[in-house]
Design a protein around this ligand. Structure first.
Ligand SMILES: [Zn+2]
Length: 342
């Protein structure tokens, strides 16, 4: 049986337009277990849940060690690192929603201070990501990037890409959605994207403080499921969540603190970790696509060895002149691939 809320929540339609008023107080949970230190549990998780009365589904993610491993080989300007953390949290959130059995990436390309930002999460729960800033930023000749997406430049493009491998009779599938960059924050931009592309009310909060990253996403279930003001009620509770709280708590604690009176059903928990999908084989096919003259030139420039360095994980792959010769001889013996197939 549902308990009676300690403080009734009334929804005013002005909530839809106005900033969240602080009069909506989140009822305090009666049974919150705050005795267990958060560090006693794995902090790198994706948690899927359902709020059945309101007809809302949700995903919460937290990246701790994963985030540290993603960034330990790079020194990024703080705003670039925070955007990367939020993009990584977003990629982990979206794999909890979309039908992903391969990988999902969030990718940003621009001509300004940030050139490329890439964060990827696989169905297995592994994440990797990088940011490339302009040479002028890297050399300290211009100011570091801003966190405001509208400052990325007119040519900036933000995309969500899902790549699923061939499975049984199914062909490999690649789907890409372009996200409009008319909001200042990444979570606002994604909220708009899901509202428009799926026609479903969506709320999204992403946060990264340089040490960890986290995200919470809520979406109305399709159809008439849930009570009539369910999504507004959940949205009012969602608006009480601050970035600092989202970052400090494990996903299950976030769900419990916000929605304990909604009797949330936990649908599944997936551990997340850093891993890179680079391999010598993949590097070889990349070299073959460059052509032998260019690769042999790289061998000469490298005093007898071409060194290919993976930006995601730091792994180094070395090829001397003989190895390059064998690589291209073997490649020539294979049937040429159909254009566009890799
Ligand atoms: Zn790698």
């Amino acid at each position: 049986m549902r308990s009676i809320p300690t403080r009734p929540i009334t929804i005013d339609h002005s909530l839809l337009n106005a900033p969240p008023p602080r009069i909506i107080r989140r009822p305090e949970p009666h049974d919150t277990d705050m005795t267990q230190p958060p560090d006693a549990r794995s902090q790198d998780l994706q948690l899927r849940f359902l709020l059945p009365d309101a007809g809302v589904r949700g995903v919460a993610v937290h990246l701790d060690d994963t985030w540290a491993a993603m960034t330990e080989r790079a020194t990024y300007p703080p705003a670039a690192a925070e955007l990367l953390g939020e993009a990584a949290a977003a990629a982990a959130l979206f794999t909890g929603y979309a039908k992903v059995d391969g990988r999902l990436s969030v990718q940003l390309r621009a001509d300004g201070a940030i050139r490329t930002l890439f964060a990827e999460c696989t169905a297995a729960g592994t994440l990797r990501g990088i940011v490339r800033v302009s040479d002028a930023v890297a050399d300290g000749r211009t100011a570091p990037p801003s966190r405001d997406l509208r400052a990325l430049g007119d040519d900036a493009v933000l995309a969500i890409t899902v790549e699923n491998p061939a499975l049984g009779n199914r062909e490999p599938m690649r789907y890409q959605g372009l996200v409009a960059l008319d909001a200042g924050r990444l979570d606002e931009a994604f909220e708009g994207y899901f509202r428009q592309s799926e026609q479903l009310p969506t709320r999204l909060l992403l946060a990264c403080d340089g040490r960890r990253a986290a995200g919470l996403m809520l979406q109305k279930l399709p159809g008439d499921e849930g009570d009539s003001d369910g999504f507004l009620r959940i949205g009012a509770l969602f608006d009480t969540l601050a970035s600092e709280e989202l970052l400090a708590l494990a996903p299950a604690e976030v769900v419990h603190r916000l929605f304990h009176e909604e009797q949330p059903q936990l649908l599944g928990e997936k551990p997340l970790r850093f891993a890179c999908s680079c391999s010598r084989e993949r590097v070889e096919s990349m070299l073959v696509s460059l052509g032998e003259p260019e690769v042999q030139a790289a061998v000469e420039a490298g005093l007898g060895e071409a060194k290919i360095h993976c930006e995601f994980c730091g792994q180094e792959y070395r090829f001397d002149g003989d190895a390059v010769g064998i690589l291209f001889r073997d490649a020539a013996a294979e049937l040429p691939a159909a254009p566009g197939i890799q």
